[in-house]
Design a protein around this ligand. Structure first.
Ligand code: ATP
Ligand code: MG
Length: 572
């Protein structure tokens, strides 16, 4: 019987993704002297987003796993779009995710002299030429994947003329767009990237690190592989759109490398998320046009936005683990990310009471002026978390939605003549209520059952509903920002007929300013802390809390309802 054979020499090892397997094989084969060096190469032209986090977890993660190192390299080859603000934010975000590059902080701009020398050498060897055509003319000559391109009329310039023009390009003698340096490879190549790719273009905007030293700047394809080589990078891990660039990566590496060492490009699938956009260009547009409050707006898929929203590094990493690394593009469900943060916060967030839409309750049989302290467990999921005290008194606030004048049968909250338990407290029964001229409930009257105190003997009596509440005399005011998904359609980038900005979710932010919070929360909350508001969701303390009026501002990280977990249990 014929056996189906695996043409890989070894079985895939358990627990390793395909990139890690390649790395393990290269190390086992003693390539590059057994060295492992990866790099994360952001262009400092925007803030990092969760897609970058996937690349960071791979680049730094694989180095950590196999005892190698990972460089941070800023791919700063286009001064028109780049800025030090972005450099600083990128470093902060990588550290926050829990990774460190030690002293290996590099810049592609550090290699401009070496890259320039290589370009000069290629010109001298007849492998590069200056083209005087416009970018439109060059594009028109590219051909198509099935038909060859056309040679530029400048392709056969003499070496002397090419050298002279290239040096003058860099001296600033020519206008932007008037000339480029191209590699002389093959205008009929089946790989479009080989059809005399552009190596250098003229840019006169000063560079954030090199100032006005250079007037020509290398293109990605002429900078990236060589930068890897100059740094000693062994595994250059990137996303799938670079697969067709790989032969060109290798072509330029061939100009530099010998048998002892050469970097290798490996590609994995991008992270794409539903209900958001991941393109830095679009994210920049949202910021510039004021459609969000900034790069760190809690609705943004940026790392700083997620942090401000209340996401933890652990939740982001566990999401990235769950989606994994493959060779196929996919769209990842945002509800899986939301599931990850719920799981994480469920373990770490203290439970507290906050009433978002308050209505007053008066316990008519409770003595005026009396206060008693009730004990609340901080986190039933964490025995170490302890407990805190919460004052109970005659006047309370509960959620408006927890009372109905004419409730349906299945309404297990408060209604005339019905009973509910107050969380960690007593059972109360509604005895009356007042309404204003518009029919809004203004006050609910109840009587409490003194025998029903939670945790006391005699409290065994069961009622169906339990409500959260705060004591009116003791609570503090807070502001709550209820965030929802940024877009109202699943894949805004796919909607070809409509501008992505028209697809923004109009209800992605609701600000509630009259929220009542229990004293413990007001006393303990620090910017960045996580809490579970009982029955409502997970919230974090926003940096705006430190602004003038002293009110604590909470961002809703995520509501309690988990659509992902529900789907999974339905499917299993
Ligand atoms: P652009 O090049 O259009 O400005 P970019 O998103 O590719 O945008 P870079 O700063 O070049 O931004 O990205 C740095 C690294 O992060 C690259 O190696 C890139 O492959 C990786 N990366 C970017 N977006 C994603 C994503 N959505 N999923 C996984 N990795 C990504
Ligand atoms: Mg890029």
């Amino acid at each position: 019987m014929a056996e189906i054979s695996n043409n890989n020499s070894e079985e895939p090892r358990k627990g390793l993704n395909f990139v890690e397997q390649i790395v393990a094989d290269d190390l086992a084969a003693g390539k590059n002297g057994g060295r492992l060096n990866t790099r994360f190469p952001p262009e400092p032209n925007g803030y990092l987003h969760i897609g970058h986090a996937k690349a960071i977890c791979m680049d730094f993660g694989v180095a950590e796993k196999f005892g190698g190192t990972c460089n941070l390299r800023f791919d700063d080859t286009n001064p028109t779009k780049e800025d030090v603000e972005y450099v600083e934010s990128i470093k902060e975000d990588i550290h926050w995710l829990g990774f460190d590059w030690g002293n290996r902080e590099y810049y592609a701009s550090d290699y401009f002299p070496k890259l320039f020398d290589l370009a000069i050498r290629l010109i001298k060897e007849g492998k590069a030429y200056v083209d005087d055509q416009s970018s439109e003319e060059i594009a028109a000559q590219k051909g198509t994947p099935t038909s060859p391109g056309t040679n530029s009329p400048y392709r056969d310039r003499s070496v002397e003329e090419n050298l002279d023009l290239f040096l003058r390009m860099n001296a600033g003698e020519f206008e932007e767009g008037s000339r480029v340096l191209r590699a002389k490879i093959d205008m009929a190549s089946s790989n479009m990237h080989f059809r005399d790719p552009i190596m250098y273009r003229i840019i006169k905007t000063p560079h954030h690190r090199t100032g006005t030293t250079w007037k020509v700047y290398p293109m990605y394809d002429f900078a990236h592989g060589q930068s890897d080589y100059f740094e000693g990078v062994t595994h250059s891990i990137c996303t799938l759109e670079f697969v067709p660039h790989r032969p060109l990566y290798d072509y330029f590496i061939d100009e530099l490398a010998d048998e002892s060492y050469r970097p290798r490009q490996i590609e994995f699938n991008r992270l794409n998320l539903t209900y958001t956009v991941m393109s830095k260009r679009k994210l920049l547009q949202l910021v510039k046009e004021g459609l969000v409050a900034g790069w760190d707006d809690p609705r943004m898929p940026t790392i700083c936005g997620l942090r401000r929203r209340g996401y933890t590094p652990e939740s982001i990493k566990s999401f990235i683990d769950a989606i994994g690394y493959t060779k196929y593009e996919a769209l990842n469900d945002i509800s899986l990310l939301e599931h990850s943060i719920r799981e994480d916060l469920n373990k770490r967030a203290n439970r507290v009471s906050a009433v978002i839409d308050p209505v007053k309750v008066v316990i008519t049989n409770y003595p005026e002026g009396q206060t008693e302290m009730l004990t609340i467990e901080n986190n039933p999921e964490d025995p170490e978390a302890g407990s805190h005290e919460m004052p109970f008194s005659r006047e309370l606030y509960i959620e408006r939605a927890d009372f109905m004048e004419n409730p349906p049968k299945k309404f297990f909250r408060l209604a005339p003549d019905r009973e509910v338990r107050l969380k960690a407290g007593y059972i109360i029964k509604c005895t009356g209520f007042d309404k204003d001229a518009e029919g809004n409930i203004t006050e609910i009257r109840c009587e409490y059952d003194p025998e029903s105190k939670s945790g006391m003997p005699g409290s065994m009596r069961k009622v169906k509903g339990t409500l959260h509440w705060v004591s009116a005399a003791h609570c503090k005011d807070a502001e709550v920002r209820l965030y929802d998904r940024l877009f109202s359609c699943e894949n805004p980038a796919e909607e070809k007929d409509r501008d992505f900005r028209e697809l923004l979710n109009p209800d992605s932010l609701k600000v509630v300013s009259n929220v009542k919070i229990e004293p413990y929360l007001a006393e303990t909350a620090h910017v960045g802390d996580h809490y579970q508001f009982q029955r409502i969701g997970y919230f974090t303390v926003d940096p705006d809390t430190n602004a003038a009026d002293g009110k604590i501002v909470f961002n809703r990280t995520i509501s309690l309802k988990d659509s992902w977990a529900k789907e999974q249990s339905k499917n299993s």
